[in-house]
Design a protein around this ligand. Structure first.
Ligand code: F6P
Length: 373
């Protein structure tokens, strides 16, 4: 019996998505004789039944292309903005899955996509997920595809910022993506030789950071590179957010919950602009001129690195193999040089953050990088 696979890519795009699509598609159609369709723009395309047939002609020539040929979106099946309203479109999605006689829906994404995929699993759909995100924060996999490419881009940026910081005797604060995880900033900070590395998992003390920079000046190095994760925060800010989160968890009624939620939202929105504030504070505390570089979406763009193409192809082909075995309800996790099926429910709601005693943190400290604590 021919098996039918549906695939979608959801959440922020990530280098390696096309390599993964090609890996699944080629193995499924060419090796296992299955049929594969792709849904455009994540769960939105599945709901609107917008499809592309993934066959040799559509899979050819996409290995080196960044982004996703399917398109993506952050839409959720149970909360989709339609005509100015948020509607639960789960039933329509289940109908479309059945209409195509799918044996399985493959969802490639990060934390949010795993939640959405699990939601559909609970409605009876067969699901397999692939862990992709430049943030590398998906639980239960060694690594996610997209991370290596973004790491390379951020490292190259730090390399390039060195010469201009040095020439102008400036502090350059470079903001690196990663959402609430510090993998990218830490990895790029170590690889690029940043003098200060600030990550969300290790809240910083601004005076400590300033003193590290002043110390460099006294030692004759009157420039500094500060690699700051977009989610990094000061000790005070971290404390305020922790308190608000605790209040939200303990809230006894709906009104108290709403108030705590609003407080959290306010703190989160106050966080945006943190990098600019940090640079201003450092300028005042050190007397050195500071400039800010926000790498932003540059880190997600362009051709995937060899390591990401290899990882995405490994996970994609393993996915086709899982379908062949009828192994559903799992994420195809990268484990050492191989892969491992991990139940989706073990991934949902978990986020892989940098443990404060992680070997990369230790290395950063041993080479003299200041981590702000
Ligand atoms: O999850 C990937 C990521 O690039 C994060 O690092 C970042 O916080 C977020 O997506 C940005 O999302 P958007 O592209 O929707 O602005």
């Amino acid at each position: 019996m021919t098996k039918y696979i549906g695939i979608l890519t959801a959440g922020g795009d990530s280098p390696g998505l096309n390599a993964a699509l090609r890996g699944i598609g080629k193995a499924a159609t060419g090796y296992f004789g299955m049929q594969v369709i792709g849904f455009k723009d994540g769960f939105r395309g599945l709901m609107e039944n917008r499809i592309i047939r993934l066959e040799p002609s559509t899979l050819s020539g996409i290995l080196t292309i960044g982004g996703t040929v399917l398109g993506t979106s952050r839409d959720k099946p149970h909360r989709m903005p339609i005509g100015g309203k948020m509607l639960d479109m789960t039933e329509v999605i289940v109908d479309n899955y059945n209409r195509h006689n799918l044996d399985v829906l493959v969802c490639m994404g990060g934390g949010g996509t795993h939640k959405n995929a699990y939601h559909l699993m609970q409605k009876g759909l067969n699901i397999i997920t692939l862990p992709k995100t430049i943030d590398n924060d998906v639980a239960k996999t060694d690594v996610t595809f997209g991370f290596d490419t973004a790491l390379g881009i951020a490292t190259e940026a730090i390399d390039r910022l060195h010469s201009t910081a040095h020439s102008h005797h400036r502090i350059i604060v470079v903001e690196i993506m990663g959402h609430n995880a510090g993998w990218l900033a830490l990895g790029a900070g170590v690889s690029g030789g940043a003098d200060v590395i600030l990550i969300p998992e290790i809240p910083y003390d601004i005076e400590n950071v300033a003193e590290a920079i002043r110390w460099r000046s006294r030692a004759g190095k009157n420039f500094s590179i500060v690699a700051v994760a977009e989610g990094a925060m000061s000790k005070q800010e971290a404390k305020a957010i922790r308190t608000a989160e605790e209040t939200k968890t303990k809230a006894k009624d709906k009104a108290a919950q709403k108030k705590a939620k609003a407080k959290l939202k306010e703190l989160e929105s106050r966080h945006s602009g943190n990098t600019l504030r940090l640079a201003n504070q450092l300028e005042q505390l050190t007397g050195l001129e500071a400039r800010v570089t926000i790498l932003g979406h540059l880190q997600r763009g362009g051709t995937p690195s060899a390591a990401d193409r290899l990882l995405a192809t490994r996970l994609g082909t393993a996915c086709a193999d899982f379908v062949n075995q009828g192994l559903y309800g799992v994420m195809v996790a990268a484990r050492g040089e191989g892969v491992e099926p991990v139940p989706v429910e073990e991934v949902v709601g978990q986020r892989k953050l940098v443990p404060p005693d992680h070997p990369w943190v230790k290395s950063a400290r041993l080479i003299g990088a200041n981590l702000g604590d």
